[in-house]
Ligand binder design. Structure first.
Ligand code: SD4
Length: 325
């Protein structure tokens, strides 16, 4: 039996061995989850179900794990019933929908766009930033110019009927209180691993409803909304972006896993840290989703209501996350 297998077996028996220097190769099995399947795709909220299906079908048709996490969230970006992702998402205070997205692979390649308008698939624009520029992040008008140069069609800037109705309602009081859903629909973050252990992730959102014009959340910030490292695992976040940026949430989780925590333990520690670093936690929802390179899974949120979808080649399941409160 290899050293690693021996270690996992011991971990399952409840031992908490920590071997400095070589610990990163050894991870314990997440409590409550069976040891990993590969390939595996995880994504946030109910809309993760159809997104996972799209990602898995991309893998089945020969796509890479990067192709899969892009195709998966593109499905959500087109969902007219989704008011938190894509151009049909709820607008900012000025009535303009602006989008944030990021994409990353386990070798450290990453790209993102922030505060971008009129682009139907910001995740694909983020991928183009990653693959075709020397940069990691493009924002606002520059991102839009890059989209034009790359041949992305620009959409007409009109709110979807549902967003328009909600905005009209909001304008009656125009209360400056960023709205974060604690129900089961919001930003999509997706992380995945292929059969060979290559990881990738994606995250895309229209951000907080009725945010200030120009506000950027955690989703396009590498290390906050998304982080992926083939040596360790991957994490993504949803919820109030400001609270997640403050703790570099996704990077924190990957680093905790590198130090030997399970994905579940790492997500719980990140929520603890977030609670410690943010005031008014009653009104802040944030949720984290992680996997390690063994394909073991963790999820945890500040408040109840967060769920995620977990898909293998044969099965796609919606799972409720545990929460601190
Ligand atoms: C943001 N994190 O822009 C996103 C919004 C979100 O659940 O995930 N809401 O802050």
């Amino acid at each position: 039996m290899s050293q690693r297998r021996k270690f996992i077996k011991q971990s399952l028996l409840g031992s908490a061995l920590f071997i400095p220097g070589i610990s990163k190769a050894f991870t314990t099995v997440s409590k409550g989850f069976s040891p990993g399947d590969k390939p595996l795709i995880l994504s946030t909220w109910n809309h993760g179900m159809p997104a996972n299906d799209a990602a898995i079908s991309k893998l089945k048709s020969g796509g890479t794990i990067l192709d899969a996490v892009e195709a998966g969230v593109m499905d959500t970006e087109l969902d007219m019933n989704n008011l938190s992702v894509g151009l049909q998402g709820l607008p900012d205070r000025e009535g303009i929908t602006t989008l944030d997205a990021s994409i990353m692979t386990g070798d450290g390649s990453c790209g993102s766009v922030a505060f971008v308008r009129q682009v139907k698939h910001p995740i694909s624009l983020a991928r183009a930033v990653m693959e075709k520029t020397p940069h990691v992040m493009l924002a606002g008008e520059g991102a839009r110019q890059f989209a034009i140069a790359e041949g992305f069609p620009l959409e007409e800037e009109v709110l979807s009927p549902k967003a328009s109705e909600a905005y009209a309602q909001w304008k009656k009081t125009s209360q400056y209180k960023p709205v974060i859903n604690i129900e089961n629909h919001d930003t999509i973050g997706m992380i995945g691993i292929d059969a060979n252990g290559n990881l990738a992730g994606s995250c895309t959102t229209s951000g907080l409803a009725y945010k200030m014009h120009g506000r950027v959340g955690d989703s396009p910030i590498i290390g906050a909304g998304l982080y992926v490292d083939n040596e360790v695992g991957a994490a993504t976040a949803t919820g109030l972006g400001e609270s997640i940026i403050r703790i570099c949430g996704s990077f924190l989780i990957v680093e905790l896993m590198r130090q030997g925590r399970t994905p579940q333990e790492a997500c719980e520690e990140a929520v603890k840290r977030l609670i410690a670093k943010n005031r008014d936690i009653k009104n802040i929802q944030a949720g984290f989703l992680a996997m390690n390179k063994e394909g073991q899974v963790g999820a945890y949120a500040v408040h109840p209501g967060f769920n995620f979808a977990k898909a293998t080649l044969n099965e796609n399941t919606l799972i409720d996350s545990k929460s601190h409160f």
